[in-house]
Write a protein that binds this ligand. Structure first.
Ligand SMILES: CC(C)(COP(=O)(O)OP(=O)(O)OC[C@H]1O[C@@H](n2cnc3c(N)ncnc32)[C@H](O)[C@@H]1OP(=O)(O)O)[C@@H](O)C(=O)NCCC(=O)NCCS
Length: 224
């Protein structure tokens, strides 16, 4: 139960992916569901691309490493204590999967991290195969993830983005997240010292955007 009044809002924990096995999230064009071991070839199709991992905390992964990474993520099923994370596959129905499965192709994935149970804080992340970028799919999937987070009682939902990752910065802006901080040279990457931008939105802000319809708009920009 979400508590209000003197006590701060509480996340509804533990959150387990079992419910999404049974009832995946339909977003209109996409289906979001827990990652499965048989998704590994679809996932490898983007984890092997330098432009995809450039701003991610993973190295380039060969097929075997992608299979191991996917296997690991299939076991991350619950958010209960700080640092727990779960991943959701972003499935495009009707698109043939690399591995030959019939329900559609995993064109990307979402990460959902419990950063502080005591303070009802979570973090989110996203990745899409480049062939499927530029269609609003990331925004559509992220909108559903923020809905899920707010529905669980997350008070603040944050995203951590490399300052050079223009597409992800734009996505945060389009979602209506607030740019809260830039950390200068807080990480050392392959190309040297990196800057990190923190975006966030509170549940009340997010629900306000959803009520007004702003965040759900998947009309291509310029088409209004
Ligand atoms: C970050 C990332 C997920 C963004 O993907 P994306 O496809 O650019 O994001 P969106 O879903 O918001 O799509 C926006 C684009 O789709 C276009 N679009 C087309 N149809 C659309 C529709 N129906 N609705 C909304 N946008 C639409 C928009 O005009 C916009 O184009 P633009 O980038 O030329 O302005 C992607 O770049 C990525 O996977 N990067 C590599 C991994 C990574 O860095 N992840 C983030 C770590 S913090």
């Amino acid at each position: 139960m979400i508590m209000h009044g003197d006590a701060p809002p509480k996340l509804q924990l533990p959150f387990d992916l079992a419910g999404l096995d049974a009832s995946p999230i339909g977003t209109g064009r996409l289906v979001l569901r827990p990652i499965r071991a048989q998704d590994a070839d679809d996932i490898h199709a983007y984890q092997r691309l330098p432009e995809v991992v450039a701003y991610l905390p993973w190295p380039l992964l060969d097929r075997e490493a992608s299979h191991e990474h996917t296997e690991l993520r299939t076991k991350q099923r619950t958010l209960a204590t700080d640092g727990d994370r779960v991943a959701l596959a972003i499935v495009l129905p009707g698109e043939p999967s690399v591995g030959g499965g019939g329900e559609g192709r995993v064109i990307g994935d979402l990460t959902f991290i419990l950063t502080s149970a005591a303070h009802a804080q979570v973090a989110v992340g996203w990745v899409l195969h480049p062939d499927f970028q530029g269609h609003g799919y990331a925004r559509e999937a992220a909108t559903a993830l923020l809905d899920l987070a707010a529905g669980l009682g997350a008070h603040r939902i944050a995203a951590t983005v490399d300052a050079a990752n223009k597409q992800s910065l734009v996505l945060c802006e389009r979602l209506g997240m607030r740019k809260e901080a830039t950390f200068h040279h807080d990480r050392y990457g392959q190309t040297g010292w990196r800057d990190t931008v923190i975006y966030a939105v509170t549940d009340a802000e997010w629900l306000g955007r959803r009520t007004s319809g702003a965040a759900a708009d998947t009309t291509p920009p310029g088409a209004h």
